[in-house]
Structure formats: C-alpha cells, structure tokens
Design a binder for this molecule. Structure first.
Ligand SMILES: Nc1nc2c(ncn2[C@@H]2O[C@H](COP(=O)(O)OP(=O)(O)OP(=O)(O)O)[C@@H](O)[C@H]2O)c(=O)[nH]1
Ligand SMILES: [Mg+2]
Length: 332
C-alpha cells in the first residue's frame, strides 16, 4: 500500500467515532500495518481518538483462561446480554481456536450463533489468529483495543492460556475475567504458585455440570484470599453457564461494580496510563532491544517523557522510534 492509499487519520477518526463499520475495519487494518508511513498515520489516528473519552469512558475487559474452558461461548453469551441491555460491544479474539473439530475456529461457530453479528451496528468482532507471539499477546492488541474503546461501550479481549499471555492481558484490561474449567485443579495450582496474578473476577463456567462446577468455585473462593490483597476489591467468584445462559447478568454486575470501584478510587485513568507506558516500552524493546532503549536515555528517561501530560503517548512512541532509528544510523 502506498502512502497515498493510506487513510487520512483525522477523517478516519471522525468516522470511527460515529462507529462506521468500514471505518473501524480500516482503522484496525492501519494499526496492523507495520510500514513506516502507516506507523506515522497510526500514531496520528490514535492521537485523534485519544481524548478525555478514551481515558475515562468505556470498559476494557480481558477474558482469559485455559483452552476449552468456554471463553468464546461465554463471550458470545455476554454479547447477547449486553446488546439486549443496549450496550455496544467490540471484541478482539486474540487466539481463536483453530481446532479442526470445531470447523476451523470456535469464534466462527459463535458468529453463526450470533446470527446478526454482521448486521448489528452495535457489535464488531475482529479475530486475530495466531497473535500469541512467543506465548505473549502481540503488541498491536493494545492500540486496537484503544481504537475500539473510542467507539464501543464495552471492549472485550479474549485470549487463551495462562502464564505469559495471562500476564500480558493483565497489562491491557481494566478488568480481568478468568474463565475456569470445572473439575480442573489447574486454576488453584496456578493461583497458589503465583503463575497467574489474581484476576479481578473469576467465572467458573459450565455450572450446568452441577457438583464439579460448585466444587471448583468454592475451591477458588478459598484459595484466592490467600494471595496478598492489593486493594479493597473482593475478587468475586461467579458460577455461569454459557450454554444455558445462566449467571451472565450477575457476571456483568461484577464487571460494572469493578469498573465503578476503579473509577471511584481514581484508579481507572492511572491503570490505563500505566498500561499505555508499558506498551510503549514493550514496542521499543521488541524492535530495538535494550541497546535501542539506551540510545534515548534508558527506561527512566522514556518514563519521564511519557509522563509529561502534554504529550500523546502514541505520538511520543513514534517520536522515540524515529530518534532511536536515527541514532542507530549515526552510530554506523
Ligand atoms: N456443558 C457446557 N459446555 C460448555 C459451556 N460453555 C462452553 N462449553 C463447551 O466447551 C467447549 C469449549 O468451548 P469454547 O467456547 O470453544 O472454549 P474456549 O475457552 O473458547 O476454547 P479455546 O478457544 O480453544 O481456548 C465446547 O465444546 C463448548 O460447547 C457450558 O456452559 N456448559
Ligand atoms: Mg475460544
């Protein structure tokens, strides 16, 4: 794509804020484009979308958990409920299952179940297959979430797995929901060994299975409080069934309550700013390594520049990239 074919960031931002489907899709494609000219425009687009709204509105929810726990099924049940309540929803499915027995992707199955997905103006789903880089969530997921946050009430990022992916998703979402599989001791083991940080909300799915689900829920309730509490949040454990469509409203009430908790404690803006800085550092480190970071004065200097309130962090990131590149060149 030549520079002339790339969309104008200001115009695109206006259309994205109006939630025009084609504009949202084209914005996401732009953020996914790694060419130099596209990077500049991406930064411009994100800056145009980052206003007060992006810092304080919307709700970015990370849904994670082991393979097969029912994350995709649960996300589709949640979508139905949110849409019934008149809330708009954007979804980024980072690692939709490509298990062949599911016909090439659980999300595709969900799309069939959500029959009106393509016609529903209040719903946008983008799947990002194979974006679990080195076991972590790819860097483009944060700017993509940010774009969606500018135009949808709720943005869900679904990722599979525990370990690195779980840590990464914790650096993206305002609220992290961990979907647990009944009768699997994994969650408890991960919690006890500190492999996973405590998610904000636990959803024990498949409650229709009865006793195993109840047992897992009470085991998690007993284990979670052993962790060091970071704050006054109560880390609820919620029994749900994606297929029977039960417990979804309660789960949503916990999400809303967590968001209110963050906002009332003045933590929401801080959390997002922290996630944004972590992303900038990660992008620069991934591209240039520690040597590149040193070329612009090291982590402390980058942190200082990002904290200057007058700068937009996406644009500052692009300026830092350019500086590193030119210093690399002059050190030849
Ligand atoms: N009994 C029961 N089965 C469920 C429920 N939710 C999902 N399942 C089943 O569990 C399996 C996995 O569901 P998915 O939604 O694909 O799970 P996932 O966590 O997204 O899986 P991956 O994307 O592969 O990690 C499917 O066979 C679903 O039909 C539930 O509430 N009850
Ligand atoms: Mg899935």
């Amino acid at each position: 794509m030549t520079q002339a074919q790339l969309p104008d960031p200001e115009q695109l931002a206006v259309r994205i804020l109006r939630r025009e489907r084609a504009a949202v899709a084209s914005g996401l494609n732009l953020l996914d484009n790694k060419l130099a000219a596209a990077r500049q425009r991406s930064a411009g687009l994100l800056a145009a979308l980052s206003g007060e709204r992006a810092l304080n509105d919307g709700h970015l929810i990370g849904v994670t958990g082991p393979p097969g726990a029912g994350k995709s099924s649960l996300v589709s049940a949640m979508i139905r409920e949110w849409r019934l309540a008149g809330r708009t929803v954007g979804v980024l499915a980072v690692d939709p299952s490509s298990r062949p027995e599911l016909g090439g992707g659980a999300l595709l199955g969900d799309r069939i179940r959500i029959k009106n997905a393509a016609y529903d103006e209040g719903l946008f789903i983008r799947s990002l297959a194979n974006r679990n880089q080195l076991g972590g969530v790819a860097t483009e997921v944060w700017p993509m979430s940010w774009l969606m946050l500018a135009c949808f009430d709720i943005v869900v990022v679904e990722t599979v797995g525990v370990g690195q992916t779980e840590i990464d998703i914790a650096e993206i979402g305002d609220t992290i929901c961990y979907v647990a599989q009944p009768a699997s001791g994994d969650t408890i083991q991960y919690l006890k060994s500190g492999i996973i940080e405590i998610p904000d909300v636990f959803a024990v799915n498949k409650s229709d299975l009865g006793a195993p689900a109840h047992k897992t829920a009470s085991e998690i309730s007993r284990s979670a409080p052993r962790q060091d509490r970071r704050d006054d949040w109560d880390y609820p454990v919620c029994l749900v069934s994606a297929t029977m469509n039960t417990g979804i409203q309660q789960l949503h009430a916990h999400f809303d309550r967590h968001r209110s908790f963050l906002a009332a404690a003045g933590l929401l803006g801080k959390l997002r700013a922290r996630h944004q800085s972590a992303w900038v550092v990660r992008v620069l480190k991934e591209e240039f390594g520690t040597f590149g970071i040193e070329l612009v004065g090291g982590y402390a200097e980058i942190g200082r520049r990002l904290n200057e309130t007058s700068t937009n962090q996406f644009e500052e990131c692009e300026r830092l990239r350019q500086q590193i590149i030119s210093r690399f060149k002059s050190s030849d």
